[in-house]
Design a protein. Structure first.
Length: 139
């Protein structure tokens, strides 16, 4: 099973994981690594490396980062060159829940694709005047 590491600025990674576990329950081989203002880049790299080693039991590690080009994403990208892993940015609750529920028997490339699709599909404009959901697709 592919391991999951959630990486975000501030404490958002921990909050996302806590939220997802409230919805689907706790899962094994999952970690969150916050990047706080008091951390050095070296300390953060070490924390990310340790988390990825902890969650990867042989099928790889999928890094879910908050912002493309931000420190969590860049550190994950560097870590991913050293192991069987992928990085997906724009992490949100629908993405994380889908990944947690879908990773059994799914390889890392397919799981990465599922993460992207779920993240995009989870973004909808809700039109309260109609009482329904307005379909908004991002291509």
């Amino acid at each position: 099973m592919v391991g999951i590491v959630v990486l975000c600025h501030g404490r958002m990674a921990e909050a996302l994981l806590e939220t997802a576990e409230m919805i689907v329950g706790p899962h094994a081989q999952v970690a969150s690594v916050p990047f706080t203002a008091d951390m050095s880049l070296e300390d953060y790299r070490d924390s990310v490396a340790m988390a990825s080693e902890t969650v990867d039991c042989g099928d790889g590690a999928l890094f879910l980062a908050d912002l493309q080009g931000g420190t969590p994403c860049n550190v994950a990208a560097l870590a991913s060159t050293m192991r069987n892993s992928r990085v997906v940015t724009g992490v949100n609750v629908p993405m994380l829940v889908t990944v947690l529920l879908s990773r059994e028997g799914v390889d890392i490339d397919d799981l990465s694709g599922l993460a992207c699709g779920a993240g995009i599909e989870g973004i909808q404009a809700v039109n309260l005047s109609d009482g329904g959901t307005e379909e908004t697709h991002i291509d």
